[in-house]
Design a protein around this ligand. Structure first.
Ligand code: ARG
Length: 431
């Protein structure tokens, strides 16, 4: 056999071995049990084929000796975090008029970097709620096919909205003839948009139920879509087996969307007590992005945000935090979602400290990003906690996040599906 042939035959013989994640033993870490809210000290975790196979006190697990050992002693382990509201293919420098210069291919490539930064920040699953030209579907598929590193993605494709609404784009005058890709008016037209999104690979449907901060000429408080249209969107999504998320700031849009049966309300900035009651009754989650306001007001102008949008942000930022506190106090179900993309990807965890400052306990803020998001994503059987049978999505920090929630802003170890993407612990330096 020629050397080249020999090399190839050895290579192909080895392929099945490297095709699946190797078996690993994480040793001597302190596990945060997010369900019970307690830390279990000095635990080992055995991982086979990317799944958590066993958990137990240090040196107690039945191993074969073939596992690679990863020393995580002294670190606090958490399940991989999830963010219910990101825009991976949007950058904070691509806002306002700047957006007009960004092609869909360029946005998609921005998404490659964003996906990596998000994963390395400890976020192993995200919902991407709206993307130009289905760029999110391409990023998701590239991750799933192993081309690039990134979180598990539930992608919404193109967000659906009324003519001239927050999910349209009103920057260009009439003679340019531009209409946003998700624009539809009327119950049958919106059903068609839901079907189109699902046809091109959407895992979840996003629509705009009120005006927004970052769009031109829309009022935050104004409802967009009638009840009939919202019911058509939600019904069609559910018929096709996907959930529906509504962008809504004002109370009228929030309450109408909840009446229509949405699965989550994004922003929920001005939610009133009726809206909180409706959400509690239906089980819908509120995804209140209460960090991003600080970033928009400090850095937005440099990224293209217009004075009109900055004025809207000034009117809603603090009010949203007060409504968040009220929603928490009244026992609404809270999902962790940030609107990353409007601010840099990878800084998602900054929102935890705001959630704690505005009335949540640290463990409940962590639950919002783990157990609650797992439920909202329909993935409770696979993600959301460190438990036998679940995907080995595990992160580590060097401080106890129950006593210092900001520990989550600096993650030392990231594993997704049993593969290590970051390990700064004990000089092991995997990256
Ligand atoms: N994408 C959202 C919008 O344009 C951002 C809102 C951010 N502000 C806030 N206070 N959450 O409406």
């Amino acid at each position: 056999m020629k050397p080249r042939q020999l090399f190839l035959s050895i290579l192909f013989a080895a392929l099945p071995l490297i095709a699946h994640a190797e078996d690993l033993l994480l040793t001597n870490g302190d596990i945060l049990d997010v369900r019970r809210g307690v830390i279990l000290p000095a635990q080992d975790i055995l991982i086979r084929d990317g799944i958590i196979a066993a958990i137990g006190p240090h040196d107690s697990l039945p191993t074969t000796g073939d596992e690679s050992i990863v020393d995580i002693a002294g670190a606090t382990l958490l399940p991989g975090l999830a963010d219910a509201h990101v825009h991976l293919t949007v950058r904070p420098t691509h806002l306002g008029l700047n957006e007009l210069e960004v092609s869909t291919p360029r946005a998609t490539i921005a998404g490659v970097t964003a996906a990596r930064n998000t994963l390395l920040a400890g976020f192993t699953t995200v919902r991407n709620l709206g993307a130009p030209g289905f760029s999110d579907i391409a990023v998701r598929d590239a991750i799933n096919e192993g081309d690039i590193a990134g979180p598990r993605i539930l992608a919404a494709g193109i967000a659906i909205g009324i003519t001239g609404g927050h999910c349209d784009n009103n920057l260009l005058p009439y003679e340019y003839g531009y209409v946003g890709g998700g624009v539809a008016d009327g119950p049958w037209a919106v059903r068609e948009k839901v079907r189109e999104n699902v046809k091109f690979g959407a895992d979840v449907i996003k629509f705009c139920g009120t005006g927004g901060v970052l769009s031109k000429g829309t009022a935050i408080g104004a409802q967009q879509f009638t009840l009939e249209e919202m019911q058509a969107i939600v019904d069609e999504a559910h018929l096709l087996g996907v959930k529906a998320a509504v962008h809504a700031h004002g109370a009228a849009g929030i309450n109408t969307a909840l009446t229509a049966g949405v699965d989550s309300v994004e922003h929920a900035s001005l939610i009133d007590d009726r809206g909180i009651a409706l959400a509690k009754k239906s089980g819908a989650f509120l995804t209140m992005d209460i960090y991003v306001s600080d970033y928009i007001l400090a850095e937005g102008a440099a990224g293209g945000v217009s004075e009109e949008s900055l004025a809207k942000e000034r009117s809603v930022g603090r009010a949203q935090r007060e409504h968040f506190r009220n929603a928490v106090r009244r026992g609404a179900r809270i999902a962790f979602g940030t609107d990353a993309g409007v601010y840099p990807h990878g800084l998602n965890a900054r929102q935890f400290a705001y959630m704690v400052e505005w009335g949540m306990t640290p463990i409940d803020a962590i639950r919002a990003a783990t157990l609650n998001n797992a439920e909202l994503f329909g993935l409770s059987d696979r993600i959301g906690e460190i438990a036998v049978g679940k995907a080995a999505d595990i992160i580590a920090v060097d401080q106890n996040p129950l006593t210092d929630i900001r520990a989550l802003e600096d993650v030392d170890f990231v594993m997704k599906d049993g593969k290590v993407y970051l390990n700064k612990l004990h000089g092991q330096e995997t990256r």
